[in-house]
Design a binder for this molecule. Structure first.
Ligand code: PTJ
Length: 266
């Protein structure tokens, strides 16, 4: 039996350590890819720079994402190892609330990982999971990794796709195929962030529940209002604002010199 690691809730970085431990546990269970651990480290670094909270540009992107999902003809949520490990329950809630399909789509695809991820989603309450088992997958030529194999009833058919922790190649390909691509990525400079139609520069653990809340709120909006939100959204500007926030935060911190309150050091 694997040893469980418990961090004291009093530890100043308790939440961050808890998330790391979750990823390690799911890595050992074959859900998260080795590279998924590296990707998480990169994300953590950007989360630090952003102040570990949902920022105004992320909120704006969440609003546009909710409107796009509700206005979609066929929305699909793509799930990989990290997403399943961190937010399986929240993904199922989002799918239920929005009517979106769930598809497992992996960069490092193997039958074992597919099954492990499908199991977590099933345990979280997902009734239908595309892209796994003996479902007939088709290849999209535009993608140059295992991610090219998609479900004809899922990503292939979709008009709006939500991707978490993505590589830029597929984001670009899906955009070229004419789809609206929503990406959750803490790094506003990544190729996926730059290629997406809407980039939510936020930690997936905060972004997905916030998106579900926004979907619920916008169900009362008129189609005209949701269409207006989509029309007025400008991803280039939102990404610039996220980068500017990092810049301002670093500038303030560099002026202060220290950012751990002197009193709390005693
Ligand atoms: O499960 P698989 O086989 O599909 O593989 C998944 C990984 C994550 C290995 C694959 O998608 C990958 O290589 O991703 P990248 O290219 O490393 O990009 C991941 C991006 O996600 C980086 O820009 C990170 O900053 C960002 N990221 C990491 N953790 C989080 C995050 N963004 C939001 N929330 C996080 N918790």
């Amino acid at each position: 039996m694997k040893e469980e690691f418990h961090v004291s809730p009093k530890h100043p970085r308790a939440e961050s350590i808890r998330i790391r431990e979750k990823l390690i546990k799911y890595f050992e269970e074959g859900v998260v890819a080795k590279a998924g651990l590296i990707a998480h480290g990169r994300g953590e670094a950007f989360d630090y720079l952003l102040g570990e909270k949902t920022t105004p540009p992320a909120l704006e992107a969440i609003k546009a994402s909710a409107a796009s999902i509700l206005e979609a003809r066929y929305p699909v949520i793509s799930v990989n190892g990290n997403v399943a490990a961190l937010v399986a329950d929240e993904i199922v809630k989002l799918a239920e609330s929005s009517g979106a399909k769930i598809e497992v789509n992996l960069f490092y695809r193997s039958k074992d990982r597919e099954e492990a991820i499908a199991r977590i989603l099933r345990e979280a309450g997902a009734k239908e999971i595309l892209g796994v088992g003996d479902r007939p997958l088709v290849k999209i030529d535009e993608v140059h990794s295992e991610r090219r194999r998609v479900d004809p009833e899922g990503i292939l058919k979709s008009d709006v796709v939500l991707l978490g922790l993505e590589d830029g190649d597929r984001t670009e390909a899906l955009r070229r195929m004419g789809k609206t691509v929503i990406v959750v990525d803490l790094n506003p400079l990544s190729r996926s962030s730059q290629w997406a139609s809407i980039t939510i520069v936020d930690n997936i653990v905060r972004a997905v529940p916030a998106l579900t809340r926004e979907v619920e709120r916008q169900k009362d909006y008129s189609r005209e209002l949701r269409t207006k939100i989509i029309r007025e959204y400008d991803n280039k500007r939102v990404l610039s604002e996220a980068i500017k926030l990092i810049l301002e935060r670093l500038s303030n911190l560099s002026e202060k010199g220290v950012f751990i309150d002197e009193a709390s050091k005693l």
